[in-house]
Design a protein around this ligand. Structure first.
Ligand SMILES: Cc1cc2nc3c(=O)[nH]c(=O)nc-3n(C[C@H](O)[C@H](O)[C@H](O)COP(=O)(O)O)c2cc1C
Length: 165
């Protein structure tokens, strides 16, 4: 198994999930923070786990660019995971739709299940200006990702790996 776990994480939530996934993988593996290294080697990989925080209901832009820059028809399976602050599908599903659309266009093998969990939302005052009625829901992100989220991420990683081995 040759795996790359690549992520962007402004406030550390997506990084925690990326680390849990990375720890679960047995074999050759690399953990790369896209804010430090924006074009890691993607040669001879079986799987790429891509982790993004949801920003403005979409993939964070560095993560979107990473996906868009992958070569068309790449052999490796792509497994996308996100963290989001607002536990209402309208606030995070757009990121998955975007990932699906990019992978389809580029003929990339996207693992058909995507993983997401809440991550402490650090922009609640900004959210309150646009969606004041969703502030209470967003505050439930304060304790995430928690142990259960990390365990679910490990289960997700195992499923992805089983699907390709
Ligand atoms: C600029 C910005 C935009 C955000 N937009 C959304 C959003 O549209 N929907 C949502 O559920 N959470 C949103 N959030 C919350 C983050 O997705 C969430 O807190 C995530 O866990 C942050 O991950 P990180 O710690 O890895 O950066 C936003 C956060 C920031 C900083």
């Amino acid at each position: 198994m040759r795996a790359l776990v690549v992520y962007f994480s402004k406030t550390g939530n997506t990084k925690k999930i990326a680390q849990a996934i990375h720890e679960t993988i047995e074999g050759e593996k690399q953990l790369v923070d896209l804010s430090e290294q924006n074009s890691p080697s993607i040669e001879n990989l079986d799987v790429i786990f891509l982790g993004s925080p949801v920003w403005f209901m979409k993939l964070q832009k560095t993560c979107k660019k990473f996906l868009e820059d992958l070569p068309n028809g790449l052999e490796a399976t792509i497994a996308v995971f996100t963290t989001h602050g607002v536990p209402i599908p309208e606030h995070y599903e757009g990121a998955f739709k975007q990932a699906r659309k990019i992978c389809k266009k580029k003929n990339l093998k996207l693992f058909n299940q995507l993983f997401t969990c809440q991550g402490k939302h650090e922009m609640i005052p900004e959210l309150a200006k646009i969606f004041p009625d969703r502030v209470e829901a967003a505050k439930t992100s304060d304790t995430h990702p928690d142990d259960e989220d990390l365990e679910n991420a490990r289960i997700f990683a195992i499923k992805v790996i089983k699907s390709i081995s």
